[in-house]
Design a protein around this ligand. Sequence first.
Ligand code: PEP
Ligand code: MG
Length: 547
Amino acid sequence: MKVATGTKIVNGIGIGKIRIFKAPVYDIDESEVEDPIPELKRFEDARIKVQQAQHALYEKALQTAGEESAGIFEAHELMLDDDDLIDECKAIMAEQNRRAEYAVRQGFDNVAQMFRDMDDPYFQARSADVIDLKNSMLDVLLGNDTGAGFGDEPFILVAEDLAPSETVKLDKSLLLGLVTREGSSSSHTAILARSMNLPSLIQCKDISDDWDGKEAILDGYNSCIYIEPTQDLVASLTARREEDLKQEALLQELKGKDNTTIDGKTIKVYANIGGPSDMGAVQVNDAGGVGLFRSEFVYLGSPVDPSEEAQFEAYKRVLETLSPKFVIIRTCDIGADKTIDYMDLDKEENPALGYRAIRICLTRKDFFKRQLRALLRASAFGNLGIMFPMIISLREVRECKELLAECRRELENENVKMGQIQVGIMIETPAAALCADELAEEVDFFSLGTNDLTQYTCAIDRQNAKLEPFADAHHPAVLKLIQMTIEAGHRHNIWVGICGELGADLTLTETFLRMGVDELSVNPKSVLSLRKKIRSIDLSKAPAPEN
Ligand code: PEP
Ligand code: MG
């Protein structure tokens, strides 16, 4: 048995086989071949295989995500029949005596560039499909295991690192745990792991390729993973896992109960989600609503810039299914660690302080308006709140509201039905917290994004694992800004919630209640334990020391 240690992100035990996830590297042989005929055959075989895979994805998406999303894969199937694309690749093989993978890289890149150069944004966006297909073709030709073909058996996923865009594509139903060599505890990948309640370790430096396929136990409690564990250890940690399941079952008894303290103060406990697929977790864990729908995961999960229609379908599904629960959808918070190829964003020196979130939306107005229109249309189907991220000034809030009003007017002229919505902003920069009095005049609610608020207040890059020793999740400056924001909101009669990870920190629940917070939005799996904590607090008594 081997033991490797790391930094725990989520407690719990995962028992099963390891699968190593590798982001594909395309090492392409550029030398000439004597005979291109076998290469033409390899190309044709790969094309058919990828086409069949796209068809299978189409069928799957049709069941799980609806017609609009499935359409992407149908379009991919058709693209692989495109004569121009096929001829381009074949010419490179036949005329330049090159291997199939060289021809695919060259041919698909040329066609992608051709789309990129077109004026119509629809055709420009198709370049991302071509690149996606190029990678699938190269995976087949070079025999890469992209992690898509892990089979049906549950597994512990081990990776160097995972980008949010890779994490959203994983089949969560099969994951027993997550271990990465890199990563930081407040990265979005860590947030996704928490929301899935997956036992997870980051910074596990001893990861090794020869773990692939081996039996293992991920022990979140002790921040380690055992490779080929002894029978005794399997028995004792299986018992621990069963105990966890029993405790989870006990929490179920809190379903349907109020989030009310012993002395009678009730607050809202909502859930954070990343898309329609998390709705089940909202229901199962009895969250009162959704306090943060990170809409950028709809963009990250799509190979192309999602159309107004595709977004409308996703938002409508969530609102309709959860109605009459209140659902706050945050507008696209892309940038920093959440990057998307089709957005063509420049590499920056300081991405967390850079061109991101509302800064992108307010400079790419057509992109932003597409989302606002989709949200307004979806508002007819449920109880919607729209929230703008990364706000630092009154000017930005007013501009967002003007664009929203413009979209509303357009849709009224088109006779589209819309519902009432609340408009709020995230308070996740010190600038916003310090200007909370002025900002509160403009909106219906505030939601404190403590992940970024901590990053910007303490000047600690949340992506940089080296800074963990300097990070203090309970830094007094952050707590002071939270208190100031709640007080400012209440002075202007608006409600104030917390949707950052601190909301689920049970050692701070009493502090937040004493500050007067109105809502806590946490990952769905934390809803019932937070309810249990709230119900154990008596605000009429002297404050309990932080533990
Ligand atoms: C936050 O910053 O606290 C937040 C909720 O947003 P995100 O974690 O997605 O940046
Ligand atoms: Mg944030």
